[in-house]
Design a protein around this ligand. Sequence first.
Ligand SMILES: NC(=O)c1ccc[n+]([C@@H]2O[C@H](COP(=O)([O-])OP(=O)(O)OC[C@H]3O[C@@H](n4cnc5c(N)ncnc54)[C@H](O)[C@@H]3O)[C@@H](O)[C@H]2O)c1
Length: 249
Amino acid sequence: MSKAAIITGGGSGLGKATALRLAEEAVNIAVVDIDEEGGNETVDLVKKEGADAVFIKADVSKVEEVKNYVDKTVEAFGSIDYFFNNAGISGSGEYYLDTEISEIEKIVGINLMGALYGVRYVAEVMLKNGGGSIVNTASSAGVIGQDSVVTYSATKHGIIGLTKSMVAEYAKDGLRVNAIAPGPTETKMVKEFYDNNPKMKENAEAGIPQKRLGTPEEVAELVAFLLTSKAQYINGEVIRIDGGFTNTK
Ligand SMILES: NC(=O)c1ccc[n+]([C@@H]2O[C@H](COP(=O)([O-])OP(=O)(O)OC[C@H]3O[C@@H](n4cnc5c(N)ncnc54)[C@H](O)[C@@H]3O)[C@@H](O)[C@H]2O)c1
């Protein structure tokens, strides 16, 4: 029987590339995003690959909308085998003491609360069905400290805690939970961030041993590997995919 995946933030960047990569493996996909246009575009592309897909509009920071995307996926595909818990935003790049409280709350609401809610309801379904595999999107900023991204970095360190501690509780029941920690990768989020902070792009490239940003397709390859049974005995890991960036810190 075909496997089913939920991808949050599936309308763009890493989520979209992963949807297309999993479609190559005939995985059915629930594309969850706040952006209807981007989400539907991904659905069309997945269907062109021959897999089935549905778009489910949700703001991942709202718990009722998270419950709804979980229920709708089960209605559509009967199970949830894979979960790419990925939706996130970056922030303005201001130093922390110049950051508005509303921005701090927004980043925490989407990046951390959204991820916690997602795992809370998706894992419940997976465990009823004997297990499943989750990949949470952390970041380089989740494994090292960096300026201009204090709140973002706090949420991404939180994602790593969520990943490791879920394994401590539920690996014995068939759940695998891993995290990826990408360095700067060429997606809409990064483009917008660097358009507002051009100096940071130069600094970023200079600081990466491979002297370039990553691509969404490179990240999608890693996520597909971690989600599927090829990575059966990998659990609670944080895999850095950053051209050597954090390795040199
Ligand atoms: N691109 C990078 O360099 C990079 C590096 C490390 C980590 N990340 C992380 O990767 C993840 C994906 O980012 P991306 O680079 O693909 O960005 P992106 O902006 O291309 O895609 C993010 C998607 O998430 C959606 N989204 C935003 N807020 C949402 C909400 N409240 N509810 C539902 N969907 C929402 C957006 O509409 C968008 O489609 C994020 O968690 C980000 O922090 C990205």
